[in-house]
Design a protein around this ligand. Structure first.
Ligand code: FES
Length: 168
C-alpha cells in the first residue's frame, strides 16, 4: 500500500505526535527540540494520507540557528541551512532516537545509548550505531516542508541494498 513506503519526492511532512497527528509541520513548530514526523501524500480527493505503516519512514526534524548545521550534513538538502530532517530509526537495531536530555542539540538512542549529532549530518558520536541516521532532502513550499528525494543513505530496515534500490 502507499502508506507502506519510504518518504518520496513531493511528500509533505506532517506531525506524528498524537495531539497534532497528520497536521503539516510548519517552520514555526520547529526548534532545537526534536519534532517527530511522518511523510504524507495527497490522495485523488486532495486529502492527506500519512505514510505511517513503515517504521523506517518515521522522521526527526530540527531547526537550528544559522551556522550551526555544518558538514557532513548535506546543506543543499536542508532548508536555508537551518532546517534538517533525518530518518529517526537507529542504525544499530531500529529504535526511535530521541533528544539527549543532558546535552541539548544532540540525540540519544534509548535502547543502547547510541549518540548522534543532528548538526553534523547525524554522525555517530558515541555508542554502537554503525552509521549516521539517513538525511532526508527537503525544501519549503509555501508554509509546508516538502520531501525532494530519497533518504541519502540506506536506512535501517533496508539493510539489503537490493531492497533499497527498488526506490532509488
Ligand atoms: Fe540504538 Fe542500539 S538500537 S543504540
Amino acid at each position: 500500500t502507499p502508506q507502506l513506503a519510504p518518504p518520496l519526492a513531493g511528500d509533505i511532512i506532517v506531525h506524528s505526535d498524537p495531539s497534532r497527528y497528520g497536521e503539516p509541520v510548519k517552520v514555526s513548530d520547529l526548534s532545537e527540540q526534536l519534532v517527530r514526523a511522518w511523510p504524507a501524500f495527497k490522495d485523488e480527493g486532495g486529502k492527506l494520507v500519512v505514510r505511517d505503516q513503515d517504521p523506517t519512514s518515521v522522521l526527526a526534524v530540527y531547526r537550528f540557528p544559522k551556522g550551526q548545521i555544518v558538514e557532513p550534513t548535506n546543506l543543499e538538502a536542508t532548508i536555508d541551512g537551518e532546517i534538517v530532517a533525518y530518518g529517526d530509526r537507529c542504525t544499530h537495531a531500529g529504535c526511535n532516537v530521541e533528544d539527549n536530555k543532558q546535552q541539548p542539540g544532540l540525540m540519544n538512542c534509548p535502547c543502547h545509548s547510541g549518540q548522534y549529532d543532528p548538526k553534523q549530518g547525524c554522525k555517530v558520536i558515541g555508542g554502537p550505531p554503525p552509521h549516521p541516521l539517513p538525511q532526508l532532502p527537503i525544501k519549503l513550499e509555501g508554509e509546508q516542508l516538502v520531501v525532494t528525494g530519497f533518504f541519502m543513505s540506506v536506512p535501517y530496515g533496508y539493510s539489503k541494498e537490493e531492497d533499497w534500490k527498488r526506490y532509488t
